[in-house]
Each structure stands twice: as structure tokens, then as C-alpha cells.
Design a protein around this ligand. Structure first.
Ligand code: SAM
Length: 325
């Protein structure tokens, strides 16, 4: 079991499989990224992913989330899902995607073993969605979401970054969506990264305004399990789906941290906003997991108690596409 100096247990691995993204979200990659194969040459291979997940699983990891960049840009995504799913000890394989390929690919992802799906949708108004992401794809993504529901993917979440002037008034739209659909819609507070200082200053909004609104409308907060992550979840007797809040600027947010991250080129991120990252790649070249297990045991002691976002310190994180949020 991986336990740090603050008694936090790490059972959740967020694995980025590419830094490339085809969207140009205004808070993340407003100018897009280079998606060329030469730029992507250093991405972890399937064998490296299998060895990585095997070592984490032997240390108690139960859940792997595949993220990016945009993970559906990996042509071998189904193989990656199946590989993670086949590792003994892994009970949940989840995917975070912008939904661009959902309609075409979700059946294959499910067949490969996908258990849970997060789709990022920052607005349910087509024009605003395009303004935020640079793509006029809202309807196609919603069609993909419907198909995912029909396929009975049991855990479907929608991620929406809360932003002043873009979606601060979107609560009613999202409540209408989850009213009859089995999704959890999660508002994520905009986080400051090294590339979005100005955007952050203009658009950051505390999730507490959503919390107050929900409580005023009769929503109730769910009790959190002992080792649940930092998201807070709300439910309402009249609504099939739920609402979540991820508030990284709130007090004690990091106390419930249960996740570690690995970048698409195999670097360990002890925190989303750490300064330095160690490459695990040398430990991924043989099927013997012990060197990596030993390394992770010693590295976990270096995990800081909290991030330093309140001090306007985003570590070395330029934007979240480089590690997957
Ligand atoms: N491309 C995938 C997607 O769109 O979901 C996975 C990668 S994306 C970086 C993962 C999540 O991080 C998305 O929900 C995105 O909206 C969120 N995100 C990106 N930058 C963020 C920021 N500065 N603050 C808060 N959330 C952010």
C-alpha cells in the first residue's frame, strides 16, 4: 500500500497517454497543441503502460483513469483500456475525454473493458461551447453521451469548468440535464496554471456560489466515504443524476487526496502542481515490477501536504493538458 507522511492512501492512478489535444479550450490550450507524430514520439508504449499499472496495482491501486491531452487521439486506446483492465487488482478503468470521438468509439471502449467515463462539457449552449473549446461539436458530444448511457456504462460524469462570463449562469441547464439522466455533473473551479494567469484573474469563480444555490433548492450533500477523493457530491430526491463540486481552493482540499499521476512520457507527478517530476521510464523496461515498487515507496515520502495555489504557485504546470487535470 502506498501511504504518505500525512497518512493519505493512494489507490487511484491518473495516467496521461498523450499531451496532444485537438481542442483549444480558452482556459487550457487556447492556441492548440502540436498533434504531429514526431511531437508524440515519446509517449509510453503499451508494454510500458502494462508494467507501470502492474507495479501500481501491487501497491494497492484499484482504479486507473486514462487521460491526456485528449486520450482518444491515441489509436491504440482500446488496447490501453484492455491492458489496464487485465492487470490483477485493477477494478475500475475510467476515461476522461472531450467527447470528440465518443459517438464513433464508445462501443469499442466499452467492449475493451471501460467501466467509467468523464466527458468535459463546459456549456450546454452550442455557441458558448464553441467559444470555449474552439469546436462546434456540442450536439455530436451529446449524441455520444446518449449512446454511452444506452450502453449502460454505469458511471458517467460530466466535467464543467466553472468560469465567470462563460457559464456562471449555466446551473439551470445542467440541472435540467441531470434531472432525468443518470449522470453526475461536476463543477470544477478554474485552476491557475503557468499559462493562464490573466484568464484565471478574469474568470475564476468560487464553487461556493453553486453550493449555496444547490442547498437553497433542496439539494443535500452526500456523506463522503473514508477514502473518497476531494469531490463533494449533492443529490436531490427529484433528480435522477447528481451534482458534484471540485473546489481546489477550499480549506483542506488536499487532505483527502487519494491519487497519483503519471505523464504520457512516464514522469511521476506527486501533485498536479508539483515543481519537479521524476521519470519512471528506466523502471518500465523489464517485466520485473520490484525496482519501480521500491522507487514508488521511497518517492511517496516526498509528497507535499498541499498544493501552493493559494500562494499563486502552480509548480511547473503550464496547463493541465500536459498531465490530464
Ligand atoms: N481532453 C480531456 C478532456 O477534455 O476531458 C482530458 C484532459 S483535460 C486537461 C481534463 C480536465 O481538466 C477537463 O475536464 C478540463 O476541463 C479540465 N481542466 C483543464 N484545465 C483546467 C484548469 N485550468 N482548471 C480547471 N480544470 C481544468
Amino acid at each position: 500500500m502506498l501511504v504518505d507522511n500525512y497518512a493519505r492512501r493512494f489507490t487511484y492512478l491518473r495516467l496521461s497517454v498523450t499531451e496532444a489535444c485537438n481542442f483549444r479550450c480558452n482556459y487550457c490550450l487556447p492556441d492548440g497543441t502540436d498533434c504531429s507524430s514526431s511531437k508524440r514520439a515519446g509517449e509510453l508504449t503499451l508494454d510500458e503502460i502494462r508494467r507501470l499499472v502492474t507495479a501500481f496495482a501491487q501497491l494497492g491501486t484499484k482504479k486507473v483513469r486514462i487521460t491526456g491531452g485528449e486520450p482518444s487521439l491515441r489509436r491504440d486506446l482500446c488496447d490501453i483500456i484492455a491492458t489496464c483492465k487485465a492487470v490483477p487488482g485493477i477494478d475500475t478503468v475510467a476515461l476522461t475525454t472531450n467527447g470528440y470521438r465518443l459517438l464513433q468509439d464508445v462501443s469499442a471502449w466499452k467492449a475493451a473493458g471501460l467501466d467509467a467515463l468523464n466527458v468535459s462539457i463546459d456549456s450546454l449552449e452550442a455557441a458558448r461551447f464553441k467559444m470555449i473549446t474552439g469546436h462546434d461539436k456540442l450536439q455530436k458530444i451529446l449524441d455520444g453521451l446518449k449512446l454511452a448511457e444506452e450502453l449502460n456504462i454505469s458511471k458517467i460524469k460530466i466535467n464543467s469548468v466553472l468560469m465567470r462570463h462563460f457559464n456562471e449562469d449555466a446551473l439551470d441547464d445542467f440541472l435540467a440535464l441531470v434531472h432525468s439522466r443518470p449522470f453526475t455533473l461536476r463543477f470544477i473551479e478554474l485552476m491557475r496554471t503557468n499559462d493562464n494567469h490573466d484568464f484565471f484573474d478574469h474568470h475564476h469563480l468560487s464553487g461556493s456560489m453553486i453550493e449555496h444555490e444547490l442547498l437553497a433548492r433542496g439539494w443535500q450533500e452526500r456523506e463522503r466515504h473514508q477514502h473518497a477523493g476531494p469531490a463533494r457530491e449533492f443529490h436531490h430526491p427529484d433528480s435522477r443524476g447528481g451534482i458534484g463540486l471540485i473546489m481546489p481552493y477550499s480549506k483542506d482540499f488536499c487532505a483527502s487526496c487519494n491519487r497519483l499521476r503519471v505523464s504520457s512520457d512516464g514522469k511521476l507527478f506527486l501533485c498536479l502542481f508539483a515543481d519537479e517530476h521524476q521519470s519512471l521510464r528506466e523502471h518500465l523496461q523489464t517485466d520485473n515490477p520490484l525496482p519501480l515498487i521500491n522507487y514508488l515507496h521511497s518517492a511517496i515520502g516526498g509528497k507535499a501536504a498541499t498544493h501552493y495555489l493559494h500562494q499563486q504557485n502552480s509548480g511547473s504546470t503550464r496547463q493541465l493538458a500536459m498531465i490530464g487535470g
